[in-house]
Design a protein around this ligand. Sequence first.
Ligand SMILES: Cc1cc2nc3c(=O)[nH]c(=O)nc-3n(C[C@H](O)[C@H](O)[C@H](O)COP(=O)(O)O)c2cc1C
Length: 180
Amino acid sequence: MAEFSEVIKGRRSIRKYQDREVSAEQLKSVLEAVQWSPSWANTQCWEVVVVKDPAIRQTLQETLAKGNPATKAVVDAPVLLAMCGKLASSGYYKNEVTTKFGDWLLFDLGIATQSLCLAAHDLGLGTVIVGLFDHDKAGAALKLPAGYEVVTLIPLGYPAKESSPPKRREITEFTHQDTF
Ligand SMILES: Cc1cc2nc3c(=O)[nH]c(=O)nc-3n(C[C@H](O)[C@H](O)[C@H](O)COP(=O)(O)O)c2cc1C
């Protein structure tokens, strides 16, 4: 187990994977990180599709925007997780939106996704969050029922190559005191 700060800072987007399986126990651990994530009024609107079937993987790969750097990872990683969510539940009360932001599905899935990626990194596994693809075509490939969307695809596996961390903004650049 790594230091907490190392888990936060050391996680990188991994786009090249070893030809090595992820165990059922490891997969359970990363899914537990989703399970215990916070969500709007504990809505837990997430649904995770574990995609191992090569044909479905290839169809999903074809939905990626041309030149997406994660293109190979979508088929090469031993596991591909499709992070899906139920529409019109998070941020809603009695079927009505409660805030100006409408559906909080992306927010809740974002938290759950970060939990998943950090848990994976803690286990020595790599991930990359893939958001640039045709979501409707990917939803069809995954046979999503009406009222659900696929938001991101996450390849998961042992890293073959790690890239250096992209530069971050300084804390002082994004922190404001008292007013913006
Ligand atoms: C919502 C979201 C969507 C992303 N979509 C893609 C993507 O489609 N393809 C890709 O290669 N990386 C994608 N990334 C990964 C980012 O490029 C990466 O997190 C960022 O460059 C910082 O690098 P790091 O994760 O190694 O710290 C995405 C990240 C997020 C949070």
